[in-house]
Design a protein around this ligand. Structure first.
Ligand SMILES: [Zn+2]
Length: 91
């Protein structure tokens, strides 16, 4: 069942369109984080990025907590028409 949200979250399809290749998983109980690629997740393209952690039931390998959240991994993102995020700011 789709969770109710006040906004439409980014889906894997949206992320791939922007050139992103995966997500970062953050533990809410300790400072641990890790990256995982969309290929390794093997989820449908319409999957919402925030739902990935819940769908896979990730458990933190540091503290064992099940409160892991997934956010888009922006490290591969290049703003259109710019060399990268840093260079898109003109002074
Ligand atoms: Zn943890």
């Amino acid at each position: 069942m789709k969770p109710e949200r006040p906004y439409d979250p980014m889906t894997i399809a949206n992320a791939v369109e922007l050139g992103l290749t995966g997500v970062i998983l953050y533990c809410r109980k300790c400072p641990r984080e890790g990256a995982i690629g969309f290929d390794a997740l093997a989820l449908p393209l319409e999957t919402a990025v925030p739902d990935i952690a819940r769908t896979w039931r990730f458990v933190c390998s540091g503290c064992g907590a099940q409160s892991v959240v997934s956010l888009p991994d922006w490290t591969a993102y290049k703003a259109p028409g710019a060399g990268g995020m840093a260079r898109s700011i003109a002074i």
